[in-house]
Design a protein around this ligand. Structure first.
Ligand SMILES: Cc1ncc(COP(=O)(O)O)c(C=O)c1O
Length: 467
């Protein structure tokens, strides 16, 4: 595999002008263009991306938001997609297609206890489907009548649409979009480093989990239908819960008839060293949502997986006068695109053939060990993570845990980028605390590449920084 020469098929000046003048970048303050041209990415190979000026970067964020899990330049995925598009590009999800059926089977086989897969296009959409299942089920069966509220956790992110934003515990992302949807209730996060109760483990007796039960009881268990959580919180700052946390949460959900929705949009497909993030904790979710790495970032695709008991609630019953609602009343036009499913099937094949989950586990341990070397540096407050998903939280004062300023955070990340390494960071999400860098390279990463990433971060943090 070789990188496409950057200037072969385009004029870099023209592309830079198009980028500056016409493209509305996502979550980017556009005043940045006034001081400097912004990189425009042109090609990629393995873990390396190259911009239109020929500069190369080692991508420690799998495409910025953790999607390109098998690396760039996978011709086998491109070929699988091309072949599928020539055969059949699309048919709406009301009917099956060959890759949809095959992929549904491949996912069911990897999700013990689940037996139906509903496809859509983005992580937000997959979570919206989960919420709509909860709401519609509350109208279908007497045992769930009224159970329409959905609990979500402080610091978790579940998407960009208004309903998923209503289920997102990141105040800065919500700000400016109110009024949000009713029926979503926040519960505490489980990050020990910033315990919401200012307690310490194990003396806290897992208050972050027991508090969830208190909230359900105060809301009224007959009004609450589900709890959605990320197994390991991603954009909220890489939060790995204590081992007993999710099993406790699962038991609380069972006691009160809540469906446990596990958002595997980021953690799924090997990111954290096991295939699904929730497998670290030995729990059995009712609904699992997935996206990002599912099609390797080569195509947009997401899915909502459910247990048989949930699917059966939506079976048609011609004798039921209420049958108009007796199927899941939902459709996603592009959930019928077959190219993404071909990409996902090929991604799964690559994950297995190259033991990328094993590599994520092994290289993840190495990455965390290497990042822990930074723990004594003046700005480093906390280092945490699991598998190839690690975070480093920067603070101005290690004792008070006062975060560094966002301006300084921006300068530090820019300095790392300037060394040719792209890292992720919390971004306009957590008021006053968007100072957590994240490291999530593609699952093919090598020890040498991890060294390159950590060495760049170490060199930058070793400089004298003034806030
Ligand atoms: C945990 C989690 N869930 C859902 C989403 C939303 O996915 P999408 O951007 O594909 O809508 C994201 C996106 O970053 C995410 O991190």
């Amino acid at each position: 595999m070789s990188l496409t020469p950057p200037c072969e098929s385009f004029d870099p000046d023209a592309v830079a002008a198009d980028d500056r003048d016409c493209l509305w970048h996502h979550i980017k303050p556009h005043h940045l263009f006034q001081s400097a041209e912004q990189p425009v990415i042109a090609s990629g190979d393995g873990l390396v991306v190259r911009d239109i000026r020929g500069r190369e970067y080692l991508d420690a964020a799998s495409g910025g938001v953790w999607s390109v899990i098998v690396g760039y330049g996978r011709r086998a995925i491109a070929r699988a997609v091309a072949h599928q598009l020539e055969t059949l590009p699309y048919y709406a999800g009301v009917l099956g297609t060959v890759p949809a059926a095959r992929l549904a089977r491949a996912l069911v086989d990897r999700l013990p206890g689940m037996d139906k897969i509903f496809f859509s296009n983005s992580g937000s959409e997959a979570n919206e489907k989960a919420f709509k299942l909860v709401r519609q089920a509350a109208r279908l069966g007497r045992d769930r009548a009224g159970k329409v509220k959905i609990l979500y956790r402080d610091r978790d992110y579940h998407g960009t649409t208004l309903a998923t934003l209503s289920a997102t515990g990141q105040a800065e992302r919500r700000r400016g979009f109110e009024p949000l949807c009713p029926g979503f209730v926040q519960v505490p996060h489980p990050l020990c480093y910033r315990c919401p109760f200012e307690l310490s483990y194990p003396g806290c007796e897992m208050r972050c989990a027991t508090e969830v039960e208190r909230i359900i009881e105060s809301e009224g268990p007959d009004t609450v239908g589900a709890l959605i959580v990320e197994p390991i919180t991603a954009g909220g700052g890489i939060i790995v819960p204590r081992d007993e946390y999710l099993p406790m949460i699962e038991r609380i959900c069972r006691r009160h008839g809540l469906w446990l929705i596990i958002d595997e949009v980021v953690c799924g497909f090997g990111r954290t060293g096991v295939f699904w993030g929730h497998q670290h904790f030995g729990i059995s979710p009712d609904i699992v949502t997935m996206a990002k790495g599912m099609a390797g970032g080569y195509e947009p695709l997401s899915a909502t997986a459910v247990r048989p008991e949930i699917f059966q609630r939506f079976l048609n019953d011609p004798a039921d006068p209420g049958q108009r609602l007796n199927y899941f009343r939902d459709i996603s036009t592009y959930g019928g695109c077959t190219g993404p499913m071909a990409a996902a099937l090929e991604t799964l094949r690559i994950i297995d053939a190259e033991d990328l989950v094993g590599n994520s586990r092994r290289m993840g341990t190495y990455l965390l060990d290497r990042l822990r070397e930074l723990a004594d540096m003046p700005l480093v407050g906390d280092v945490r993570g699991r598998g190839l998903f690690c975070g480093v939280e920067l603070v101005a004062d290690k004792k008070t845990k006062q975060p560094i300023s966002e301006a300084l955070m921006g300068r530090i990340v820019a300095a790392i980028n300037a060394r040719g390494v792209l890292v992720g960071r919390t971004n306009a999400s957590l008021p006053g605390n968007n100072t957590i860098m994240n490291f999530a390279p593609a699952l093919i990463v090598t020890r040498e590449q991890i060294d390159q990433i950590v060495d760049a971060v170490k060199a930058v943090l070793a400089q004298r920084w003034r806030d």
